[in-house]
Design a protein around this ligand. Sequence first.
Ligand code: DQQ
Length: 517
Amino acid sequence: MSFTRRNFIMQSGLGAASILTQMRRAAAEKRGDQDALQKQLTADPQRPQYHFLPPANWMNDPNGPLFWKGSYHLFYQHNPNGAYWGDMHWGHARSKDLVHWEHLPMALAPTPRGPDKDGCFSGSAFVNDGVPTLVYTGVFPEVQCLATSDDAMIRWKKFECNPVLDAPPAGLQVTGFRDPTIWKEADSWLMTVGSGFKGQGGAVLLYGSKDLTHWTYLHTLLTASPFEEKTHAAHAIRYDAVAVGDMWECPDFLPLAQKHCLLVSTQGRVYYFTGSYSHRKFQRESAGLVDGSDLYYAAKSFLGQGGRRILWGWLREARTEAAQRQAGWAGVMSLPRVLSLGPEDSLQIDPIPELRMLRGKHFEFGGSEVSSLLPIEEIRGGTLEIRLKAELRDARQVGLKVRQSPDAAEETTIAYDTATQNLVLDTRRSSLTPDASRRVYTTPLKLRAGEPLELTIFVDCSVVEIFANRRANLTGRIYPSRLDANGIGVIVSGGRSRINSIEIHEMLPISQDRLTT
Ligand code: DQQ
């Protein structure tokens, strides 16, 4: 018998009136909890002001981004029960401009006794003959499922014959089987599934279908090769296929100019491979990191208005699990990034220009030689866009201090190091709270002789996203404890550098209460 209010009252033997009172009280308590949580989130200075966030609780991977009938849709892995990973649902939000969002009802929830009873894991969205469709992984075991909706994309109906793919290819011993992506070529559907082989590395499996429900395994689209520096599992206490690179999560396969690009997430990083694709075979030719930080993960792209290829990524927290639970939220969506093909088939990454609509107060200067710390008094804040162009000259490091308290007890340093040719994000002094991790993040950035350093930095409360010379990205999380940790300065050490220009914009919040919508 299903659990309904009526059944419950009949079975419990309690008087209906008293049960109803109890139920009303429970509902009121829950509402009270929600209100208290919302108040807490609204007042939380660590909660970003212009990055997308779920209304509360946990978020991880972006799922199924889609531009459809004039709106951008974003789904995401979501635990509605708390600020910790588990009970995976698909949260859903909609936007007209990729900047401001409206939260919509949950798109997918596990169905008791269904193939996704233990969670609706990551996947994609596509349009089949005018019908918005989701493909995702049900667990455990890992199987691939479909769901469809009408144009409004509010109510999703799971396909009755789920799963459409109930096991990995016979005879293959794989480390995982999840995170599908579907696209169409002529009259065939193609699907990639993230996978890998123990001791050998990650792999992307390619399937074909005529009707979306019957799938034939074709071959691996790509398997790992020595490019991926593997963490050796030898001393690991428990074998973790993702941690050692034997499982590629969230594969995304996309055409980019005259090439194709495959993205995979493994070992805490998002890797890209660019190369040639024909006859359903992918030949990798170039490779790199989408972001040098292990706080950026599970990236997923889609075609936006005007044919732009736009990428979302999940920004993890860098504070203790206890602090996350206490905060009542965990996980931030990256700013949308536009992908294009750069020199030597590298991936070129830019922030979407739509973010300019958030620019508020503005300050600009340039044309000075700097050889030490140059504080900027004219503007300060915790939500900023900063653009710096500098000739390195003979300096060792050139960059910026952000979120600096007046006594410099808290500060975050972003710099280019000419000796190591690394972009560096130093969060060792970002926070006085013991809950926050303090680390130095680095990613390689080789500037050509005479090439100026070009940094675009977005600071949003506890988020720092850095775009360098269109080819290196670094993302960090910082949790300044002091409300006056809002100072900015240009920093040059070990020599002199010419600051051609620095532009700083205050960024306006996308909602009035840090609840995004
Ligand atoms: N997160 C999802 C999986 C995916 C992983 C589960 C990547 O589908 O492989 O929440 O972060």
